[in-house]
Design a protein around this ligand. Structure first.
Ligand code: PXP
Length: 236
């Protein structure tokens, strides 16, 4: 069964609405792990719109499973990652004006640049995944870069319907097979929810899902532990 890393960014979004201390993403992460999450994901954005440096530092000390830091490939973030040393860094593209991460990282034209960027992280023992669109060229580029794995962008699948969704699912499946063949780890995420997870969870090559918004939203009604348990049941 694939692992589930719960993204608690949007617990911090609510807290930042009033710039106070509640609700605390660190407490939410604790409850997510109680509900069976195998790890916690946070995206420390340049503009600090939700997760703060303090959250990351505390999560490093309190997360029992894998701590995954999503970040842009900037000098500032590289320094923070080297200080905090999460288990995994997932490099994502970042635009200030976007509501959430829009597309995958453009890896095909930046092989040398990304290779150079991830080298100190790898030397420090941090695994590095690249968040990419599910296409063969991006996967081959991730392999050339020497990343530990990829996170396949499932947003296209999540936002489509009918035949288009089926095609997108097939793209993800083919991408997962190719990624595994290249001996990279295969994660997937973005836009996954209680209604669309089943079909992607059937793709055996995917070993981990990063899911945030839908679980945080459901937790408002049923609590974080129950929301995570429910998602795990659907993945299983
Ligand atoms: N994976 C990556 C790389 C992301 O940027 C995000 C959103 O922060 C997620 C997974 C989680 O997406 P969602 O909140 O839609 O579940």
């Amino acid at each position: 069964m694939a692992r589930l890393s719960v993204n608690v960014d949007h617990v911090a979004t609510v807290r930042q609405a009033r710039l106070g201390v509640d609700p605390d993403p660190v407490s939410a992460a604790f409850l997510a792990e109680l509900g069976g999450a195998s790890g916690i994901t946070v995206h420390l954005r340049e503009d600090r719109r939700h997760i703060q440096d303090r959250d990351l530092a505390l999560l490093k000390r309190t997360t029992k499973g894998e701590l995954n830091l999503e970040m842009a490939a900037t000098v500032e973030m590289q320094k923070i990652a080297l200080e905090v040393k999460p288990d995994l860094v997932t490099l994502v593209p970042e635009k200030r004006e976007e509501l959430t991460t829009e597309g995958g990282l453009e890896v095909r034209t930046q092989i040398d640049l990304i290779k150079k960027f991830i080298n100190p992280l790898s030397v420090a023992g941090i695994k590095v995944n690249l968040f990419i669109n599910p296409d063969p060229d991006s996967i081959k580029a991730a392999h050339k870069i020497g990343a530990d794995g990829v996170e396949l962008h499932t947003g296209g699948y999540a936002n489509k319907k009918g035949r288009e969704r089926e095609l997108e699912l097939r793209r993800i499946q083919d991408s997962a097979v190719l990624t595994k063949r290249l001996k990279l780890s295969v994660h997937a995420g973005h836009g996954l929810d209680f209604g669309n997870i089943r079909e992607v969870a059937d793709i055996r090559e995917i070993t981990e899902f990063a899911i945030g918004f839908s679980i945080v939203a459901r937790s408002l009604y049923v609590g974080m532990e129950n929301a995570v348990r429910e998602m795990k049941r659907l993945i299983g």
